[in-house]
Every structure is written in C-alpha cells, then in structure tokens.
Design a protein around this ligand. Sequence first.
Ligand code: HEM
Length: 280
Amino acid sequence: MFWSNAFGTPLVIALGPDAIETVLTNRDRAFANKEGWDYFIGPFFERGVMLMDFEEHRQHRLILQQAFKRDRLLAYLEKVNATIARSIAAWRPGPGFELYEAAKQLTLDIATEVFMGEQIGAQADRINEAFIDVVVGGQAVVRADVPGGKWHRGLQSRRMLEDYFRAQIPKKRAGTGDDLFSVLCHAVSEDGERFADEDIVNHMIFTMMAAHDTSTITLAMMGYYLARHPGGRSGCGPSPAASARRRSATTTSSACPTWTSRSRRRCASTPRSGCSPARR
Ligand code: HEM
C-alpha cells in the first residue's frame, strides 16, 4: 500500500493480489465505489453500475445480469465476430500503422453495433466521438467546466449521449431487437424489477465506456508486448482446427495487422506463429 497525490486529490494505491482481493471482495464493507469513482468520472458516468454501492448496486446488477446470460452472449458474439472480420479486413499494416487507433475504432464499431443495434447509420461517427470525449473528460487536468477544455467537451458530449439514448427508448421498448440497448429496455430481474428510462440511459453510457476503452487498451498492450517479445507469439495462434474453419469462413490476406515488415515476412512463412486469427 502507498499514499500518493494526483488530479488534486490524495490517493491510496493497493497493489498485489492480496490487497486487491481485500478491496474488491470488500467483506467488511469498508470501501465504497461511488465516493472513489465520483471524483474522477462522476459527471461523465453518473449512475453507471460501477459508481453504485451495496443494496442499490445489487439491485441494478440483478437486472443487468439478464443482458449477459448465455443465450444473449451467443447472440452478441455472432455480431462481434462479423464486425471484427469486416473491420480487420480494412486494416493496412506497415510502418506507422497505429494499432491503438485501429483498435479504438474497432471496439467502438463493435460497441455501437452490438450494444446499440445497427440502425445508427450516419450518427455513428458523432456518437463515437462523444464516447471518446467523455472518457477523455475524466482525464482532464483542469477539472472544471471551462469552455474549450476537455472537461467541458466531456460534459457536452455526455448531454448529447443522454439525448440520443433517451430519444431511442420508446422505439427500443416497442421493438424486439437483440442488441444490449433493446435487451436493457426489456430486462426484468427474477424479483420482477426493471429499469426506468433514466437507468437505461445511464447504464448504456457507462457500459459502452466499460467495454470499449478497456478492450482497446488491452489489445494495444498485447500488440506492444508481442512485438517486443516475438517468442510469445507461438502461444497466440489459433488451433489448427479453428484455423481451418476460419480459412473457409473469412477473406484471407497475407498481411498481419500489427507487425513490422520483418515480422510480416516471418508470419507469411510460419503462419501459426501468431498472425491475427481473423486474417488467416
Ligand atoms: C479487457 C477488457 C476489460 C477489462 C480489463 C475490464 C476491467 C474492469 C475492472 C477492473 C472493473 C472493476 C472496476 C472497479 O470496480 O473498480 C470492471 C467493471 C466493469 N466492467 Fe469491465 N473490463 C473489461 C471489459 C469489459 C466489457 C467488454 C464489458 C461489457 C460488455 C465490461 C463491463 C463492465 C461493467 C458493467 C463493470 C461494472 C461492474 C459492477 O460494478 O458491477 N467490461 N471492468
């Protein structure tokens, strides 16, 4: 454990499995999510489930969990895989290829299609930008609503996202879609509880952030470490059976998305050494 100061507030850092287990299991209810997260991201992700505590958190989780049952996950997975195959086919690897930016676009595309349904069309870019603004808002050094600042832009984008989701709710409630947004509009917990409109707006904004920003960073870090430690790639390839299935199901390409020209040559000669599965 150590104490620090950042973003104008004292911080206590708990490192290592034991400390993290103590905090996350929170057996004696000594730690609260809302008070911690509110300071950093509260204005942008208010009433997201990670910013709730105890009984209220449990109640919301019970409804949210309906959206993450096995059959739901399988339906999402089908869309996720289709989006990944389509997006990665457009990647053009080579010197200067920015994996972080490409992963960000990819995860935003997945999030908008899988979570919100496919009908957002022309608004997709504006919504993607708004999600970037709200994430960046929480990282602002000037943590005040000053026009032109990141905090201000984040707040404006939060309002834009709220308006967008709120306006869609009647249509989603009336429909039978299998995107996350539709599912949250219909989810009922085993105790018969369901979300109010404002809950749906708040959970959609939070979950979009929770899903795409984390996955983007993870993908970018994986690419970085695989590039630094080529030996690790041998464990990353698909199994021969999966590889054969994918070969018949997806468009092939000779290029690996994340690698330097040297590693692409290596990839072409030893395909199982870690090329992106969707491309093989
Ligand atoms: C590699 C990817 C991911 C990482 C590293 C990650 C990490 C985390 C962590 C550390 C927390 C707990 C934060 C805390 O309580 O202090 C969390 C919470 C959460 N994550 Fe993820 N996450 C990832 C992907 C996702 C995805 C794909 C989704 C949704 C589809 C998601 C939805 C959530 C939700 C809803 C919470 C709040 C849970 C609650 O408070 O009950 N995450 N995530």
